[in-house]
Design a binder for this molecule. Structure first.
Ligand SMILES: NC(=O)c1ccc[n+]([C@@H]2O[C@H](COP(=O)([O-])OP(=O)(O)OC[C@H]3O[C@@H](n4cnc5c(N)ncnc54)[C@H](OP(=O)(O)O)[C@@H]3O)[C@@H](O)[C@H]2O)c1
Length: 228
């Protein structure tokens, strides 16, 4: 296990996952996000810590772009051992006050983005006969919360997709998991709930992802591992 790709790896939970995987010996890392500045900051920090890093300014909603991320990473690193679908978007709003454009953004990034990226990388992993995909879902993928209905719909979707896909590809050597964090101290959580204190640090979520990716956490494939 030497190479991993983390979507939304420029900040928050994704950035912490990149460092955690590096500390666990996964030294060839690719990170993706839309904002160039945060992406290159994270790239430099990872390189300074000893990683060989690729950074892609890439939107998880874009099929061609994500296919190119897979192709360029395989060209540079030889293979992709692990892929973490972490990029996400959220709004805290009553359903009837949420515009169709706002629903679409949340569903497209959180759910369709996971499908787009998985469709891009899975054939490569199946051909290799191994690989690990970790989908960052949420506690809001198991329980509904007011003002988060569309976000919950997207994350329940990720949990169901993970469970189904793990069963489909079980015989191929590819393992698929979901991780369901609770409130975690990131820009997303602080902007949703400025009046509350998050329960966990991004590093705590990252540690669980690191254990799953390296096989140190013996969860059944398809399982949503909760981090509270
Ligand atoms: N924080 C929490 O309490 C919490 C709890 C449960 C689950 N989660 C989940 O954990 C994941 C990470 O969240 P976070 O709290 O670390 O959020 P964050 O601090 O807002 O970071 C989100 C990351 O995703 C990237 N991103 C957003 N939209 C993207 C897109 N369309 N294409 C590519 N990259 C995109 C962001 O970079 P750009 O904006 O530059 O693209 C950033 O790197 C999300 O899936 C979130 O739903 C978070």
């Amino acid at each position: 296990m030497k190479t991993a790709v983390i979507t939304g790896g420029s900040r928050g939970i994704g950035r912490a996952i990149a460092f955690e995987l590096l500390h666990r010996g996964i030294t060839r890392l690719a990170i993706t996000a839309r904002t160039a500045e945060k992406l290159s900051e994270a790239k430099e920090a990872l390189a300074a810590a000893g990683a060989e890093v690729l950074a892609f300014q890439a939107d998880v909603r874009d099929r061609e772009t994500m296919a190119a991320v897979v192709g360029e990473t395989v060209n540079a690193f030889g293979r992709i051992d692990a892929w973490v679908n972490n990029a996400g978007a959220a709004r805290r709003k009553l359903f009837l006050e949420t515009s169709p454009a706002e629903w679409e953004e949340i569903i497209d990034v959180n759910l369709k983005g996971v499908l787009v990226c998985t469709a891009a990388v899975l054939p490569h992993m199946v051909a290799n006969g191994k690989g690990v995909i970790v989908n960052i879902a949420s506690g809001a993928g198991k329980v509904g919360f007011p003002e988060l209905s569309v976000y919950c719909a997207s994350k329940f979707g990720v949990v169901g997709f993970t469970e189904s896909l793990a069963r489909e590809v079980g015989g191929s050597g590819v393992k698929v998991y979901a991780v369901c964090p609770g409130s975690t101290d990131t820009r997303m959580y602080r902007s949703l709930y400025p009046e509350r204190e998050p329960a966990a640090k991004p590093e705590e979520v990252a540690r669980v992802v690191g254990r799953l990716v390296t096989g140190r956490l013996a969860a059944p494939p398809g399982r949503c591992v909760e981090v509270y």
